[in-house]
Design a protein around this ligand. Structure first.
Ligand code: KIV
Ligand code: NA
Length: 265
């Protein structure tokens, strides 16, 4: 079996098929999702909050993204792996973006990269695509700009809606193969999805986008704390893992682990 490519993703929109994307930050988790048939995995810089213990995605480095992306590529054989470009690795301009993206492609083996920003990132997207690196864009709420915009719904009001549509067209014109719409009113995300010929990947963007993405630790109930409204929790891994850790601790303290069957002589 060969890996899914960006051309398969383009063809899915032409056929009107919806598809799921999950984040992954390590080989083992990625292998579970690969075996489950998740076609696209994002090594998101959400690893900052969800894997590395930072408060935001802002401190995540290229070294970290390269290491995590390489692990996810090694853990999978079928999914298209998209590596996120972290804050500061592409804002200086197209040449810096190409240097960073090339690292994720050559050292980690990703099949595509993602970066944040619409009109403001179109030159970066153009050079990457010209150079043979598929790009997933990301507009609406862009968490790397948290210090400037906070974590608020984007595209509310007429002017903001027009800007979002301009951003969507800008990334499509620059050659992006797909675009993430984060925390955007459902009606506006539906309009963007109808307007573009490239697939939209929604998170908190309603039901009409071509694809849906969730952060895996949120989706499986591992993150803990209050979840945003748009998250659906499909499992309660935090409880499962906590209960298992407590049971192990009790066994050790109480002398009921290991038993004879766990021992060698
Ligand atoms: O880093 C990430 O997980 C993301 C998705 C939420 C789209 O950018
Ligand atoms: Na991200």
């Amino acid at each position: 079996t060969r890996r899914i490519t960006v051309r398969d993703i383009t063809a899915a929109k032409e056929r009107g098929e919806k598809w799921p994307m999950l984040t992954a930050y390590d080989a083992m988790t990625a292998s579970v999702f690969d075996e489950a048939g998740i076609p696209v995995m994002l090594v998101g810089d959400s690893a900052g909050n969800c894997h590395l213990g930072y408060e935001t995605t802002v401190p995540v480095t290229m070294d970290e993204m390269t290491m995590l992306s390489a692990a996810v590529v090694r853990g999978t054989s079928r999914a298209l792996i998209v590596g996120d470009l972290p804050f500061g690795s592409y804002q200086e301009g197209p040449v810096q973006a190409l240097r960073s993206a090339t690292r994720l492609v050559k050292e980690a083996g990703v099949g595509a990269v993602k970066l944040e920003g619409g009109e403001r990132s179109h030159r970066q997207i153009e050079l990457l695509v010209e150079s043979g690196i598929p790009v997933m864009a990301h507009i609406g709420l862009t968490p790397q700009s948290v210090n400037a915009m906070g974590y608020r719904v984007q595209g509310r009001g007429e002017e903001a809606a027009h800007q979002l549509l301009r951003d969507a067209k800008a990334v499509q014109d620059a050659g992006a193969f797909a675009v993430v719409l984060e925390l955007v009113p459902a009606e506006l995300a539906a309009e963007v999805t109808r307007t573009l010929h490239i697939p939209t990947v929604g998170i908190g963007a309603g039901a009409e986008t071509d694809a849906q993405v969730l952060v895996w630790t949120d989706m499986l109930g591992l993150t803990g704390g209050r979840m945003p409204k748009f998250v659906k929790q499909y499992a309660d891994l935090r409880r499962v893992m906590g209960d298992a850790a407590k049971a192990f601790a009790e066994d050790v303290v109480g002398g009921t682990f290991p038993l004879e069957e766990h021992s060698v002589h």
